[in-house]
Design a protein around this ligand. Structure first.
Ligand code: ZN
Length: 197
């Protein structure tokens, strides 16, 4: 059956060449290369179900690949250590990683591993916003909550904290609303405009 599966699939806007083979395997196995994916699937697996699993695997593998690439490009640990120096007692940072896993958080901090995880989407925002999120996560090294003491510390090491929060709220709002906005309003939003005084 040569045309049982498509030759390409598009995941997160990226076109991937697909090669699917039916084999004597128990589960669907996939290997992601540079722009291509090789998949072996059980002999009797239904086509529709196989496509669903292939789609899901492709998305996961592509995001993992993308995260690895980003973490090679950017030394986020250096940035975090620079931000840490602003603290009265600089928190220790073991590692910082960008993640492409979908999450409602911009960042997280683990006090067990002393590691910071940051949403990869932050990389495309102004550097001061990324720094604000790093400062937020580092402040959690001292206050593992959002108590008044936490905010006081954060605002003292990063005075633009509230501006960054408002920026990120705007980003979230736009990302969620974009598909529902009429074309005219979208182009209004995309137009160059003078910065508000
Ligand atoms: Zn927090």
């Amino acid at each position: 059956m040569p045309n049982e599966f498509p030759n390409t699939i598009t995941i997160d806007g990226v076109e991937i060449h697909l090669r699917v083979e039916r084999k004597a395997v128990k589960n669907v196995n996939a290997r992601m290369g540079e722009g291509s994916m090789q998949v072996s699937i059980p002999q009797r697996l239904e086509r529709v179900e196989a496509m669903r699993i292939i789609d899901e695997l492709a998305r996961r593998l592509l995001r993992r690949q993308r995260a690895r690439q980003i973490n090679r490009e950017v030394d986020a640990a250096a940035l975090a250590r620079r931000v840490a120096l602003r603290f009265p007692k600089p928190p220790e940072v073991q590692s910082v990683e960008f993640t492409t896993i979908t999450s409602s958080c911009w960042g997280s901090y683990s006090s067990r591993t002393r590691s910071i995880r940051l949403s990869a989407a932050l990389r495309h925002m102004p550097p001061w916003v990324l720094e604000a999120v790093v400062a937020h996560e580092l402040a959690h090294a001292i206050h593992p909550n959002h108590s008044p003491a936490f905010w006081a510390l954060l605002r003292s090491v990063y005075p633009d904290t509230d501006r960054a929060r408002a920026f990120l709220e705007g980003v979230t709002w736009l990302a969620r609303s974009w598909d529902d906005l009429p074309a005219v309003e979208r182009s209004q939003l995309a137009a160059d405009r003078e910065e508000q005084p």
